[in-house]
Every structure is written in C-alpha cells, then in structure tokens.
Design a protein around this ligand. Structure first.
Ligand code: AMP
Length: 409
C-alpha cells in the first residue's frame, strides 16, 4: 500500500514525498478513506502511530477540494482541539508541511503567552485552527474566533483531556460548534467515561483501532537497573557516562524532582534542561528547540509536559522513577523508537518501586531485562506497610516543624 492508493491529491502527495513518507502507517491506511468519505471516527490510537497525518491529510484535502476550488470565503472549516501546547504546535507545524503546495491556511492558539500575535493571525483568515481548550474558549468569548462554519471537529488525546480536567471546556465547546458536522475522536485508551463522552460527540462512527497500549513496547529495547533511592543520582551519572547516549529524554514524576535532576546534571557539566507545567511557554519552547537541535544532552520532563512531544529518532528514554500506573510507562517509552526506529528505555528502580515493575511486565506481557553488572546494586528492602505509615507520619511531622520554624522567623 502506497499513499497514491488512498486517493490523495497531487499537491499533498508531493509534500509527503518531501517528508520522505513512502508507506502510510496502519492508522493512516484505515482512517484516511473514512474521513474522505465524510464519516465520523472513534479512534483508539496513541501519538507515535502517525495519527496526526491520519486526520490532517484528509482534512487538508477536503478543504482544498471543496472550499478553495469553489472559491468560498476563508473561514474556520476544521477545528482540532488537543490538550497540551506542545502537541498543538506540533500538529499545526505538521499541517503546514502537508499543505504547503495547497492554498489551505492554518494557525494555532494556546495559553501561557500573550494573545496578540495569535489574534493577528486569526484576523488574516484560516481554514484550520489547532487549539488548546482554555485559549480557544477565551478567544471565542472575545469574539476573535467564530466556529459557526466548522465542518470537521477533531478531539485529540481525549483521555488526557479528561485527566487534565478539561471536561467542562469540552462541553462548552460542543454547545458552540454546529451540530451538523463531521467529528473525529482520538484517545490512547478507551475507558468507560471516554466511550460515554464520545457518544455525545459522534454520529454513527467507524471504529479505528491501532496498536493497543501494550504493543508500543515491542520495538523498544527495555532494561531496568535495580538500585537504592540514595544511589539514583550517581547511577544516572554512571549510565550517562557509560552508555553510548547522545541524547535522552528523562522522565520525572514531579516538577520539583525534574528541576532537581536537571540542576544536579548541570553541576556535573552535563547539559540539561527541563520542561514542565510551571515553566513559562517560551522557556518550554526554547528547551524543546535546543534539544531537537542537539544542543542539550538531557531533556528532563514530567509526564504531562512530555505527552505528545515528537522528537525524530529519539533513541533513549530514561525513567528516573517508575510510574505507578503501568500505562504511563508505555506512553513514556513510546517517545523512543518512533515510526519504526529502534529505541531503548532504561528504568532506574528503587525498592519502593519494585512492585510497579511487576505490574508493567504484566501489562506488556514480557519481562524487562535486568542489568546486573553495575556499581549501585539494590541492597535496601522495600518498606513494610507499617514502616511506610511511620515514614509518612514522620514526613508530616517534619513539614509541620518546618512551617512552625518559618513562622517564628
Ligand atoms: P504522530 O503519531 O502523528 O505523532 O507521528 C509520529 C511520527 O511519525 C512523526 O514524526 C511523523 O512525522 C512520522 N510519520 C507519520 N506518518 C508517517 C509515514 N507514513 N511514514 C513515515 N513517518 C511518518
């Protein structure tokens, strides 16, 4: 199967050749004909499968063939809503590349930056708008965005949208959108609340399923180092110095932890930067750009910030902590080994996290290779429930003591 067989118009085929795409990915093969036939989609697929092009290509084609050839006014005809700013920017960039030989115009809006530049672009007129929910509703309220001509609505990463608390924003959006429209709904997972949400959006959808969450693990070589909590820092340095790592995306569960890791690495003269929700948008963009251009070795990220980031040929991912939700692990390692490239995921596991590794192995239905030969072996035992309780109490006591002392000063 080649892109030519999917009935795609020449200007888009030419752009895909420039991108060196030869064969459509599974989701592209399945979804493109459905969208071109004006049907709704309920898609279970995650980032890394070629999902963006699967909806972007047919949307560009429909707009080029219908709106532009018939010389209709430039209005927002397709709205793509996605949870994070990084993902929004990436989708917008992809659309610009796929549509460069057409007259289709697109732009992106997201929060965390001043709105002026975004409003100016909107005023010039666009066919496709990519948006994060908050800024979209804000600009709708201010009258800068009109959604009455929208014919195609895409809700991307729906599960993450709900995780991030966007449900009310989605409901508001649905009230504004024309009811007579085509809708494409994508989610990496399909729990009950997501299926229910999809019912309120879609009309006789076609289901498209690709790579269930556990299969992303297949192309990535995975290893785990068992160590102690106090040795993690030194073990990380050992790994970064000994493995042939040019660049790595490193995950931390907390923003605070991410800042600390990056600081520690820089102290050891390893170039590192951080992206997480507390960092200003321009900082995050700069960090991502520097990383993509190979100027920094380690990009430290939290799960939400890293979701959807597309870095070509990212070979290594390091889990500095082991997620307590096994699916999160699969999302993390899915950042490497993208679109058929080989990847490697290294996990650094302290005693308290041993049980999480077992859960992950159950989900991915394969054992993770253990690196036995390293200088920071796990010697501590996981705490018993009683010890954990005592430790939580002690932490609480120290916190209170800290605040009490601060008040006194
Ligand atoms: P996505 O899942 O949309 O984030 O895409 C994942 C990566 O695969 C991106 O870097 C795309 O540029 C790339 N990609 C998408 N479709 C194809 C294709 N048909 N052939 C090669 N690479 C592709």
């Amino acid at each position: 199967m080649k892109f030519n067989n999917l009935g795609i118009i020449d200007p888009i085929l030419k752009a895909l050749r420039d991108k060196k795409y030869v064969t459509p990915t599974e989701i592209q093969q399945k979804a493109i004909p459905i969208v071109l036939n004006r049907r709704d989609i309920l898609g279970c697929a995650q980032t890394g499968t070629g999902k963006t092009a699967a909806f972007a290509i047919p949307i560009i084609q429909l707009i080029q063939k219908i709106e532009i050839r018939r010389k209709r006014r430039t209005k927002i005809r397709a709205l793509i809503v996605t949870p994070t700013r990084e993902l929004a920017i990436q989708i917008d960039d992809n659309i610009r590349e796929y549509s460069k030989y057409t007259q289709v115009r697109n732009t992106v809006i997201f929060g965390g930056v001043k709105q002026h530049a975004q409003v100016e672009k909107l005023k010039k007129g666009v066919h496709i708008l990519v948006a994060t929910p908050g800024r979209l509703l804000d600009l709708v309220d201010q009258g800068y965005v009109q959604l009455d001509a929208v014919k195609i609505f895409v809700l991307d990463e729906a599960d993450r949208m709900l995780d991030m608390g966007f449900i009310n924003d989605i409901r508001k959006m649905l009230k504004i959108l024309p009811t007579n429209r085509q809708s494409l709904f994508f989610s990496a997972t399909m729990p009950k609340n997501i299926v229910e949400l999809s019912r309120s959006i879609l009309h006789h959808p076609k289901r498209v399923n690709v790579s269930p969450v556990s299969s992303a693990a297949e192309t990535v070589k995975q290893v785990v180092y068992y160590t102690n909590k106090r040795d993690k820092k030194n073990l990380l340095l050992h790994i970064l110095q000994n493995e042939e790592i040019n660049q790595v995306l490193l995950f931390s569960r907390t923003k605070h932890g991410a800042d600390r890791i990056s600081r520690d690495l820089r102290k050891k003269r390893i170039s590192a930067n951080v992206i997480h929700g507390d960092k200003a948008q321009n900082h995050r963009q700069r960090a991502l750009k520097n990383f993509k251009e190979g100027k920094i070795k380690v990009l430290v990220a939290t799960d939400i910030a890293a979701r959807g980031i597309d870095i070509n040929k990212l070979e290594y991912v390091i889990n500095y902590d082991i997620p307590n939700v096994a699916e999160t692990y699969v999302h993390r390692i899915g950042r490497s080994g993208r679109a058929g490239e080989d990847g490697k995921a290294i996990s650094i596991c302290e005693p308290e996290e041993n049980a999480f590794i077992r859960e992950i192995e159950r989900l991915i239905k394969q054992p993770i290779s253990v690196i036995k030969n390293h200088p920071f072996q796990q010697t501590d035992k996981p705490m018993t429930e009683q010890e954990k309780k005592a430790w939580r109490k002690e932490k609480q006591r120290r916190k209170q003591e800290f605040f009490a002392n601060r008040k006194k000063q």
